[in-house]
Write a protein that binds this ligand. Sequence first.
Ligand SMILES: *[C@@H]1O[C@H](CO)[C@@H](O)[C@H](O)[C@H]1NC(C)=O
Ligand SMILES: *[C@@H]1O[C@H](CO)[C@@H](O)[C@H](O)[C@H]1NC(C)=O
Ligand SMILES: *[C@@H]1O[C@H](CO)[C@@H](O)[C@H](O)[C@H]1NC(C)=O
Ligand SMILES: *[C@@H]1O[C@H](CO)[C@@H](O)[C@H](O)[C@H]1NC(C)=O
Length: 419
Amino acid sequence: MASSLRFILFFSLLFISSSLAQTSFRPKALVLPVSKDPSTLQYITHLNQRTPLVSVNLTLDLGGESLWVDCESKGYVTSTFLPARCRSAQCNLAGSTACATATNTFGLFPENTVTRTSTYGDLGSDVVSIQSTNGKNPGQVVSELDFLLVCTSPFLLEGLANGVQGMAGLGRSRISLLSQFSASFSFPRKFGLCLTSGRNANGAVFFGDGPYVLLPGVDASSLLTYTPLFINPEVGGVASTDYFIGVKSVKVNEKIVPINAKLLSINNTDGYGGTKISTVNPYTVLETSIYSAVVDAFANELNATRVASVAPFGACFSSKGIVSTRGGPAVPPIDLVLQNENVYWRMFGVNSMVYVSDDVLCLGFVDGGVNPRTSIVIGGHQIEDILLQFDLASSRLGFTSSLLFRQTTCANFNFTSNA
Ligand SMILES: *[C@@H]1O[C@H](CO)[C@@H](O)[C@H](O)[C@H]1NC(C)=O
Ligand SMILES: *[C@@H]1O[C@H](CO)[C@@H](O)[C@H](O)[C@H]1NC(C)=O
Ligand SMILES: *[C@@H]1O[C@H](CO)[C@@H](O)[C@H](O)[C@H]1NC(C)=O
Ligand SMILES: *[C@@H]1O[C@H](CO)[C@@H](O)[C@H](O)[C@H]1NC(C)=O
């Protein structure tokens, strides 16, 4: 691994001068704020990078391979970018072989996973700086001097939120934010994801282990239930960088929904089927037959008048008579049953329903059509205000129930620094 250039720096507010001090300070964990863009429903984070440092807004991509940024439209001003040379250790790390011989620069094909477009980009490294945390507050800012990123063209930004300059991938690859931060700072390969829907509010990504403390003092990492994570081998031997879990059945109001079980497992020959989690899908997407079965079961169990559908949803109801509770509208719970009957991910109204107006509530799932690559894609609305912990070392996902039942939310990390 290209570790010779990796140092940990910190900017101490105690020093009046702007000099950088090299230190043996080793952070326990790192934290990034994540907000939700109301028009695209994308989750946006910002990283400070380059020399001098600039703040760059990025669409968060849970399954994304890399950090990629548009280096052309506003220019890429830095004194510390180093292109990855062909046959260098960095190229090995990125695991591809696209070498532009004219420039002796190594390239990749980063993907905009919102629009599913991809184009060539140069691999290189630059400074990235990020806040460390003790799990309760942000601490010293630490820097990684040779963070690998892909420099590409503004064309790839189409479909992303206004002001965003790229995407921040947290996926299963050796050059994702997760992998680079855990390698540089010797963390376990784990991160916590806690998303909020609140306007002007920040959820968080925590790199490294818990505690992940939310005001008024709830350590969400102590509330986790675990289920195995699976690797989708996909086609051609290139494994997917997405995170898959093993849903065995779906229940509505504790009653099993009839589903073709074949759709729920990953076909190791062609990579189709299975269940993954995504931050670039605002709502959960279900293969058509699963969608119809879940909608029918839900409409059956919910004692409310069905009204005309409001796109993109296919099942909407009058909100009259549906009471509001701490866990959102009181509707039948939807369970994703996991490795056994006793382990299930239960979705309450706050995560299953979407208010499209004061009078109309829709089941916040969308129809993914016939024969989609992945049968169930759990989307953003369904993972808000719960903590997910992706633990690659143990190949498991930790998940909590809605934090609203614990009198807190993902917007409650205290981003106020102690300094
Ligand atoms: C980046 O996001 C922040 C906070 O959401 C916002 O204030 C800022 O204007 C954004 N930057 C750009 C270039 O859009
Ligand atoms: C898996 O995919 C292959 C190739 O598409 C197909 O021939 C096979 O029937 C599938 N297996 C199952 C169990 O569906
Ligand atoms: C459904 O509504 C009807 C009429 O309001 C009521 O009699 C019945 O008990 C309700 N059923 C459930 C399961 O809430
Ligand atoms: C957040 O942390 C700061 C710094 O430790 C502290 O001064 C402040 O009281 C905390 N805020 C709350 C609401 O606890």
